[in-house]
Design a binder for this molecule. Structure first.
Ligand code: NAD
Length: 419
């Protein structure tokens, strides 16, 4: 298996090359951005509850550290591999640059089904992984965060392990921590809130308003999908369908979002929720809605189903949910796509606030967090729209041009070492 075999990586590379061609970027800069700076594979042996030892594969990839320390989540999922982690690290570089954060791009993960492990086994896995990648991370080197299959508890174990090894409480080593150990207010909801903000900006841009006639379908009802649903309902929109890995629930007049949120937060699957209409994940993606939010995993809209997509707008909550071929097809069809590196950048933006607060040991109130998040995402959204209009390209390319230009400027002034 090559480092670069995954479709997600090939798509990220193709987006980079297309944006570079259209935006007439420096080819030397583009050459560097095609590859990760550092890709680490570690073995993570743990003792299972039955006394046996099992070894898992773990990764941490730092794509670019030009703008600042690496930043990117840690994923616990059976499909994790070095190629996926590399692609996601690359997307993190583009995302941080796009929204103007002084951070580079990184990503990590372990090839594991976290649902198959006990709490004690998960703790052992997290701590051993933190130890193995410990030399490469730190408040000024690379700062992990939660992603699929990990949460604030995972971050607390990671932070504690790093702190025990280094002999001080290192608040800045991870973000997405519980509030009691230096977490930030507003971090848990930040990605979903950012998705909702971006949908609002897109509605404003098109001189439209979100109201009770606005229909939304959300694929993936986790850390991103749930707060996005809550925010949009608060604004008066009708969330007609949501899904998790078990399937989707649907109601043409809008599902009961608080009930679904409580159900999932109690540890249940949507497929077991009674008194609602059940549809498949594939059917959800093909619903005729105003806004579709793919917020689960990558590669859910491809040449296999792109002809059946009927949403007017797609807000990419997940990383890479639409293949390049599908992006081109849907954009040509007039579907407005809010690209992942913009749409889901709320999480890394509030992670950045958390890191800053941790380093300063001074914590902000939630109003300041949300106001600053809103203004950062709004600025980035309109920068992307400027390039969208100037280059008459699709939104994905416009976002990449915006991002790579910022990286290009920084890489040029820093120069190539040793030259
Ligand atoms: P999560 O684990 O909290 O939720 C994922 C959701 O998707 C769950 O409802 C899960 O059941 C569902 N799901 C998983 N596999 C699926 C499948 N094969 N088909 C249908 N549904 C499936 O994860 P999350 O943190 O909400 O992340 C979702 C996506 O958003 C990922 O692509 C992640 O990289 C991206 N993202 C997350 C954040 C963040 O702050 N959490 C930030 C930026 C991007």
């Amino acid at each position: 298996m090559s480092l670069y075999h995954r479709e997600l990586y090939k798509d990220a590379l193709a987006q980079l090359e297309e944006a570079a061609r259209i935006g007439k970027m420096d080819p030397n800069i583009v050459e560097r951005l095609k590859y990760p700076k550092r890709a680490i594979q570690v073995s993570v042996p743990i003792r299972l509850d039955d006394g046996s030892v099992k070894t898992f594969e773990g990764y941490r990839v730092q794509h670019s550290l030009t703008l600042g320390p690496g930043k990117g989540g840690i994923r616990f999922h059976p499909d994790v591999d070095l190629s996926e982690t590399t692609a996601l690290a690359m997307l993190m570089s583009f995302k941080c640059a796009l929204v103007g954060l002084p951070l580079g791009g990184a990503k990590g993960g372990i090839k594991v089904d976290p649902r198959a492990l006990s709490r004690q086994e998960l703790q052992a896995l997290t701590r051993r992984y933190a130890l193995e990648i410990g030399p490469f991370v730190g408040p000024h080197k690379d700062i992990p965060a939660p992603d699929i299959g990990t949460d604030k508890q995972t971050m607390a174990w990671f932070m504690d392990t790093y702190s025990q090894i280094n002999g001080y409480a290192a608040h800045g080593v991870v973000t997405g921590k519980p509030i009691s150990v230096g977490g930030s207010l507003g971090r848990e909801e930040a990605t979903g809130r950012g998705v909702a903000y971006c949908i609002n900006f897109a509605y404003d841009y098109h001189h439209k308003k979100i109201d009770e006639t606005t229909t939304i379908a959300i694929h993936g009802f986790g850390k991103v999908g749930m707060p996005a649903a809550e925010d949009l309902v608060e604004q008066g929109a009708k969330v007609v369908a949501v899904s998790d890995v078990s399937g989707a629930i649907y109601h043409k007049d809008g599902i009961d979002v608080p009930k679904a949120v409580n159900w999932v937060k109690e540890g249940n699957m949507l497929t077991d929720l009674e008194g609602v209409e059940h549809i498949t994940n594939d059917q959800l993606l093909e619903l005729e809605v105003d806004v579709l939010i793919p917020a689960a995993i990558d590669g859910v809209i491809t040449n296999k189903n792109m002809q059946n997509i009927k949403a007017k707008m797609i807000a990419e909550g997940a990383n890479g949910p639409i293949s390049n071929e599908a992006v081109h097809y849907l954009s040509k069809k007039g579907i407005f796509i809010i690209p992942d590196i913009l749409c889901n950048a709320g999480g890394v933006t509030v992670s950045y606030f958390e890191w800053v607060q941790g380093l300063a040991s001074f914590f902000w109130d939630v109003d300041q967090i949300n106001k600053t998040l809103h203004s950062i995402l709004k600025k980035a959204f309109y920068e992307v729209m400027d390039n969208y209009e100037e280059f008459k390209c699709d939104m994905k390319t416009a976002a990449m041009i915006t991002s790579i230009r910022k990286m290009e400027t920084a890489m040029r002034v820093r120069g190539l070492f040793p030259g």
